[in-house]
Design a binder for this molecule. Structure first.
Ligand code: ATP
Length: 319
C-alpha cells in the first residue's frame, strides 16, 4: 500500500475530525500518501478527491463535525455506482480506503471489499450501535451532551413538579439512552431492547408520585413512539403537567471530549497499521481498552451488540 484514501460517511459525530487526523498523520509518518474524499460515498462517486498533507489536519482535533463533510447517498447500493467509485480511486492510484462512519457506512465498505477493493472501517457514530467495539467515536461526547440536557430538565421539572420525557438518539440501539439515564438519574428508561409498555410506565410514574418524587424524567430512544402523544397520555392519566423534549441534532454537535479524541487518534493510527500489514476488509474496534479488528463482513452479518442488562438493573435499583 502506497496511497490511501479517507472519507467520513453517514451521520456525523464529534471526533470524526480527530479520526481523519489520526489516519492522515500516521500515514504520512509511515511515508504513505493520503487523499481526502469529500462528502462520503457521494463525493467518491463524483470524484471529489484531494491530496492531504500535515497541515490539512491542523487545528481540527478539537472541532466537532467533519471537515471532509458527510452525506447520505443511498445510490451507493447500486453496483454500477460502486464500480465508478472504484475507478475514481484507481485513477488517483489509491490502493485502499478508510471509511469512518456507522453501520450503514460499513455496508458500503463491505461491498467495496467484496468487489476486491480493500477497505478499513472505523466506527464513527454517536449511536454506539456498531458490533465488534465497546465504544464508537462520538458516543461519549454525545452522552455528556445528553446528560447536560437532562440536568437542565431536572431543574425545571422539579421546580414545577412536572413530568419530562426526553427523546434520545440511537436509532435501534438503546446505549445512549441507558447510560444517560444512569448518569442523569432518570426514573424511567425505555429502549428498543427493553420495549415500551405504556401501562407499566404509567403505574411506575404513579408509584413515584405516591413516594413523593418531585419530578419524573423518562428517557426514551428515538423511533419508538410519538413522544408528544405519550406526554398527552401521561398527563391525562396522572393529572400532572407532562412535556416531551426531543434533543435532536444538538446531540451530534460540539467539541469532542477527551475520550473520543483519544479513541479516534488510536483508531486512526491503528487503521494505518493494519493497511501496512496488508490487511483489508477489516473494521476496527476497542474492546477492554485494546485495539482490535474484525472481518467487516462478519461484523455486519453475524456479530451482535450485547445489551447492558447489568446497567439497566442498577438503574432499576436506584429508582
Ligand atoms: P449513522 O447511523 O450514524 O447515521 P451510518 O453510517 O449508519 O451512520 P447510513 O445513512 O445508514 O449512516 O449510511 C451511510 C451511507 O453508507 C449511505 O448513505 C450509503 O451511501 C452507504 N450505504 C448504506 N447502506 C449501504 C448498502 N447496503 N450498500 C452500499 N452502501 C450503503
Amino acid at each position: 500500500v502506497r496511497k490511501i484514501g479517507v472519507l467520513t460517511s453517514g451521520g456525523d459525530a464529534p471526533g470524526m475530525n480527530a479520526a481523519i487526523r489520526g489516519v492522515v498523520r500516521s500515514a504520512l509518518t509511515e511515508g504513505l500518501e493520503v487523499y481526502g474524499i469529500y462528502d462520503g460515498f457521494l463525493g467518491l462517486h463524483q470524484n471529489r478527491i484531494e491530496r492531504l498533507n500535515r497541515t490539512s489536519v491542523s487545528d481540527v482535533i478539537n472541532r466537532g463535525g467533519t471537515f471532509l463533510g458527510s452525506a447520505r447517498f443511498p445510490e451507493f447500493a447500486d453496483e454500477k455506482v460502486r464500480e465508478q467509485a472504484i475507478q475514481n480511486l484507481k485513477m488517483h492510484g489509491i490502493d485502499a480506503l478508510v471509511v469512518i462512519g456507522g453501520d450503514g457506512s460499513f455496508m458500503g465498505a463491505k461491498k467495496l471489499t467484496e468487489m476486491g477493493y480493500p477497505c478499513i472501517g472505523l466506527p464513527g457514530t454517536i449511536d454506539n450501535d456498531v458490533a465488534g467495539t465497546d465504544y464508537t467515536i462520538g458516543y461519549m461526547t454525545a452522552l455528556n451532551t445528553v446528560i447536560d440536557a437532562i440536568d437542565r430538565l431536572r431543574d425545571t421539572s422539579s421546580s414545577h413538579q412536572r413530568i419530562s420525557i426526553v427523546e434520545v438518539m440511537g436509532r435501534h440501539c438503546g446505549d445512549l439512552t441507558l447510560m444517560a439515564s444512569v448518569a442523569g438519574g432518570c426514573e424511567y428508561i425505555i429502549t428498543p431492547e427493553t420495549g415500551l409498555d405504556k401501562d407499566k410506565l404509567l403505574s411506575k410514574i404513579k408509584e413515584g408520585i405516591y413516594k413523593g418524587k418531585k419530578h419524573a424524567i423518562v428517557a426514551i430512544t428515538e423511533l419508538m413512539t410519538d413522544v408528544n402523544e405519550l406526554a398527552k397520555f401521561i398527563e391525562t392519566e396522572t393529572g400532572r403537567e407532562t412535556r416531551a423534549t426531543i434533543l435532536g441534532h444538538i446531540q451530534r454537535g460540539g467539541q469532542p471530549g477527551a475520550f473520543d479524541r483519544i479513541l479516534a487518534s488510536r483508531m486512526g493510527a491503528y487503521a494505518v497499521d493494519l493497511l501496512q500489514q496488508g490487511e483489508g476488509g477489516r473494521c476496527v474496534g476497542i474492546q477492554n481498552d485494546k485495539m482490535v479488528h474484525h472481518d467487516i463482513i462478519d461484523a455486519i452479518e453475524n456479530m451482535k451488540r450485547p445489551f447492558r442488562q447489568d446497567l439497566y438493573e442498577v438503574a432499576e435499583k436506584l429508582f
